[in-house]
Ligand binder design. Structure first.
Ligand SMILES: [Ca+2]
Length: 257
């Protein structure tokens, strides 16, 4: 109150503008893949970033993870994963367009991040965050048409939320996660769906990013993008900034007086 009463509007604006600039610093794209290339039995490398996809699970069989119609196609009935080699990041934004391309046999599909290993699949054998869109499966009370995030597929979900509507076969949807320190936010088709904080030791660390499926018989992924995230300034920093501006103005006035 004291500060607000004594500060001139111009100083308030300056403080607000600086705060805005600090919290909206642009993120840089680290890797992206539109999968727009010739059909192939392997995913290859990302056009932006040049990271090689490591295909896990049943990828050894041609066609189980492939480029098909300018999208990535996962077409096995077991756990699968595709993780970028050489890109380890902690604070990130990861986004992908995903399309459930068959009906009842499709269970899970989604994103992996902060993974300890690049050979991860949706089987929980590797530590990391699993963002799972559940079309048709059941796992510890986590049911169809929900999104949940697990650490290593162990224990209860860290967060769980119902999808706005059941994804129809052939209908693309956008899944995005923003991980900033211990705070994780999940978006579906651009809208925030869930958020959680995880302060467990050993989880606020860099790791690998990728795609995963489980019991999925035809899931298409497209437009995968990984960006870094500039950590937002702590509230204490903002208060300090305003305090410094106020102090500076009072000093000027003292000298003038
Ligand atoms: Ca594409």
């Amino acid at each position: 109150m004291f500060i607000a009463q004594r500060m001139q509007p111009s100083w308030l604006w300056a403080a607000l503008m600086l705060t805005g600039v600090a919290s909206s610093a642009s993120a840089a794209v680290l890797a992206s893949d539109d999968f727009n290339r010739a059909d192939s039995d392997t995913l290859g490398t990302t056009p932006v970033g040049g990271y090689a996809w490591q295909e896990n699970g049943e990828s050894g069989v041609p066609g189980r993870i492939s480029i098909s119609g300018n999208r990535a196609l996962f077409s096995a009935s077991a756990e699968m994963g595709a993780v970028l080699q050489g890109l380890s990041v902690k604070d990130l934004e990861a986004e992908v367009a995903m399309t459930r391309s068959t009906g009842n046999t499709t269970e899970w599909a989604g994103l992996l991040y902060r993974m300890t290993h690049t050979d991860a699949t949706f089987n929980g054998a590797r530590d990391g965050y699993y963002v799972i869109v559940n079309y048709n499966g059941n796992f510890g009370g986590f049911g169809p048409n929900e999104i949940a995030v697990f650490w290593s597929l162990s224990g209860a979900p860290l967060v769980e939320a119902a999808l706005p509507a059941a994804p129809a076969v052939g209908e693309p949807h956008t899944l995005k996660v923003v991980a900033n320190g211990p705070t994780h936010t999940i978006y579906w088709d651009g809208g925030q769906l869930a958020q959680f904080t995880d302060n467990t030791a050993g989880r606020n660390v860099p790791g690998f990013v990728g795609l995963g499926t489980y019991q999925t018989n035809l899931e298409h992924f497209d437009n995968f993008v990984v960006s870094d995230v500039i950590p937002e300034p702590a509230l204490g920093g903002v208060v300090t900034l305003i305090g410094m501006l106020f102090h500076s103005r009072r000093s000027q006035r003292s000298r003038l007086d």
